[in-house]
Design a protein. Structure first.
Length: 263
């Protein structure tokens, strides 16, 4: 199981706080030239537009402008994603039904899986207690995990596919809290990559942003929960999120309450 000790978590939180401070200044320096590039590309596009049919040279120039505009947009999106991750999400957690949230999210997303021949199943324990979450951001974390499982199942060579590709989304209550599991029967994660999957900008996928799983962990930890991963090459991967019940104090609140009682 891939997880973190409390000491490692505190050290990582300290690094993220520093990263957030650094990101704010860096973003200002990067946004200004990106904005200037975008404006100048728009002006160049307008200069290339003519009343009559474009010449072959103008067509080539327009295609190059299109490429540059797409790359500027991509850089802006990467920057915004980095800023959101580095600064944190300022979540607003309230009591929610986890099962209702899972049904809504999976039913919305399942059409994508069905179109690719991937079977998605919900296995939900009934009568779970409410959890304390920000629904918008927990849905984002769940969608990141679903898309990660989907890519693992569909991006393999056709010869390696079984025709029985499946994703399970499960909920259950345990002594640690309420669990959410996303399980796939894909190829698993290679041993050399397992310790890095939650590191920002590490990705085993071509064209991957490297922020999907780090974003999941940051959201879950800001909710007072934990996320771990079990994987086996050739068998599949399981991501396990543990959330606290709505009537359960967060770890920091519990410690403060205990300290107040002893004083």
């Amino acid at each position: 199981m891939l997880g973190m000790s409390s000491g490692e978590n505190k050290s990582r939180q300290s690094r993220l706080a520093f990263l957030g401070t650094l990101a704010s200044g860096l973003a200002h320096e990067i946004k200004n030239p990106l904005s200037a590039m975008s404006v100048n590309l728009q002006m160049l596009r307008e200069d290339l537009e003519t009343a009559g049919p474009p010449t072959p040279r103008e067509q080539r120039l327009q295609k190059r402008v299109n490429v540059l505009e797409r790359e500027v947009t991509r850089l802006e999106e990467i920057l915004e994603g980095f800023l959101r991750f580095a600064r944190g999400y300022q979540l607003k957690a309230v009591a929610q039904s986890l099962n209702a949230l899972l049904r809504e999210t999976v039913e919305f997303w399942a059409a994508k899986a069905a179109a690719a021949g991937v079977d998605v199943q919900l296995v939900l324990e009934p009568d779970l207690p409410d959890v304390s979450v920000d629904a918008t951001y927990l849905k984002q974390a769940l969608l990141n995990l679903l898309n990660n499982a989907f890519d693992a199942l569909t991006q393999r060579p056709a010869a390696e596919k079984s025709g029985r590709e499946q994703i399970l989304v499960c909920s259950r209550r345990t002594s640690a809290g309420v669990e959410l599991l996303v399980i796939d029967n894909g190829p698993g994660i290679p041993a050399e990559a397992r310790e890095q999957i939650f590191d920002p900008y590490f990705s085993t996928k071509a064209g991957g942003s490297g922020l999907g799983l780090p974003t999941v962990r940051r959201i879950v930890e800001e909710l007072g929960g934990t996320v771990t991963c079990d994987t086996e090459v050739g068998r599949g991967t399981s991501f396990r999120i543990v959330l606290r019940e709505a009537n359960q104090a967060a770890p920091g609140e519990a410690a403060a309450a205990a300290e107040g009682t002893l004083s």
